[in-house]
Ligand binder design. Structure first.
Ligand code: ARG
Length: 460
């Protein structure tokens, strides 16, 4: 085995097979090729502008890098594990393409600042892509919320029927969650968008480089202030993964609700064939596998955060090869969330809402009991606690008679609270209950229509 052509000068022999296997990262970090080439071009142009390399060599390098980019994009590039990583694969290809001038590109640069630059650029792109996907999911939810601004369903606490809500209101809750997920990503992006390029291996460089120029060329906010920090910091990865993990928990909650809603016990929605799967044994089955997988992907995304946090923990400054282990979890988490977002947007657009099924579910569980208690407070001046107690006794009577609250005879209610009049029935219907909740952020259909308009304004 021959030594590495890029760093093998002081080596007499090449690595053992197992050394090559544990060391090589190109099987996954090839994904950084576009960012790597963009970073190299910015670095090269700066080297020319600073008279560190000649203009002719610089032009040859940029031209060669452009050709390599096209080759990779056309699927015609052969990434070689013997060349370890994407950086050295590109550099070796450049040498093949343009000869000796290629050797000048790595002046005043190390793979340590190079890889940190590449990964920051990649995460920045990933954030922008995910933000667009979140926006599309919000758009889909908002369209559904608008249609179902007045569609009633039971709202739950403890997964027990609690009070009537509108389906639109329920969907808007997720629009808010995904809005905060987008804010977290945007906030994280600010700290991702800083340039490590020019930090060198760890200590900076004696060449008269211009870090502001490379930072600006790559769209970074500014160069990072400390070279040791620039090459060793991975809190930008942790923040990104933390934001993804939180977003994944939101997606998984919606996914879980879809799983519940699809079941005959709920019967609130149906997914079409496009988003259902069958069972190999039970011919009657329609399973919501996509929702289950979105729910499950939370595990690996949260796992990615744990994995990288443990890699970074206790790592002495500056760069350590440990940091190569930051990439697979990052790529996997970003891809998993992107797929989950696409599947979720697909399911929300696909599902058929069973309004009758939702209304039927409101027949049990006395969801207007709070409205009865509120009426006693409002109309009879009872303290809420006393009204709560009286309502509890009325509910017990309804339970005895196995009827809904609005089907209880007036005299039965009067046995508990003599002041109750016929007017009570006006608040016992589920429609009246939902329509009455007009407080800011409440579920009344008019509120929901306004909230949809406000959310469109804010998010789309
Ligand atoms: N493949 C390496 C990584 O992902 C690139 C940096 C290697 N630096 C080094 N000094 N060996 O971190």
């Amino acid at each position: 085995m021959s030594t590495n052509t890029i760093w093998g000068g002081r080596f007499a022999a090449g690595p053992s097979d197992v050394m090559e296997r544990i060391n090589a990262s190109v099987s996954f970090d090839w994904r950084l090729y576009a960012q790597d080439i963009a970073g190299s071009k910015a670095h090269c142009r700066m080297l020319v502008d600073q008279n560190i390399i000649g203009a002719e060599d610089g032009a040859a390098i940029v031209d060669g890098l452009d050709r390599i980019l096209k080759q990779i994009e056309a699927g015609e590039f052969d990434f070689k594990p013997a060349l370890e990583d994407v950086h050295m694969n590109v550099e070796a290809a450049l040498a093949e393409a343009i000869g000796e001038a290629a050797g000048r590109l790595h002046t005043a640069r190390s793979r340590n600042d190079q890889v940190a630059t590449d990964l920051r650029l990649w995460i920045r792109d990933a954030i922008d892509g995910l933000d667009g996907q979140f926006r599309e999911l919000q758009r889909t939810l908002l369209a559904r919320a608008e249609t179902h601004a007045a569609t009633l369903m039971p709202g739950f606490t403890h997964l027990q029927p609690a009070q009537p809500v509108t389906f639109g209101h329920h969907l808007l809750a997720y629009v808010e969650m995904f809005g905060r997920d987008r804010e977290r990503l945007a906030d994280c992006r600010e700290r991702v968008n800083l340039s490590p390029l020019g930090a060198g291996a760890l200590a900076g460089t004696a060449f008269p480089i211009d870090r502001d120029a490379t930072a600006a060329a790559l769209g970074f906010e500014r160069p990072m202030a400390n070279s040791l920090d620039a090459v060793s910091a991975r809190d930008f990865v942790l923040e990104f993964l933390a934001a993804l993990a939180i977003a994944a928990t939101h997606l998984s909650r919606l996914a879980e609700e879809i799983v519940l809603w699809c079941g005959p016990q709920f019967g609130f929605v149906t997914l079409s064939d496009a988003f259902s799967t069958g069972s190999s044994m039970m011919p009657q089955k329609r399973n919501p596998d996509a929702a289950e997988l979105v729910r499950a992907k939370t595990g690996r995304i949260l796992g990615a955060l744990t994995a990288v946090a443990v890699v970074v923990k206790g790592l002495p400054l500056a760069y350590g090869k440990d940091l190569q282990e930051d990439k697979e979890p990052t790529f996997d988490a970003a891809e998993s969330l992107a797929l989950g977002l696409a599947a979720m947007a697909g399911m929300i657009a696909d599902m058929t809402v069973d309004e009758d099924g939702m209304r039927a579910a409101l027949a049990s569980g006395y969801p207007t009991a709070t409205d009865l208690a509120d009426w006693l407070v409002r109309e009879l001046g009872l303290p809420f606690r006393q009204a709560h107690e009286a309502t509890g006794r009325i509910v017990a009577l309804a339970e005895e008679k196995t009827c809904a609250l609005e089907d209880l005879p007036l005299e039965t209610m009067q046995q508990v609270e003599s002041g109750i009049t016929e007017a009570i029935y006006s608040v016992l219907s589920v429609d009246a209950a939902a329509a009455s909740r007009t407080s800011y952020g409440g579920t009344a259909p008019d509120n929901v229509r306004q909230a949809v308009a406000a959310a469109k304004e804010r998010y789309l």
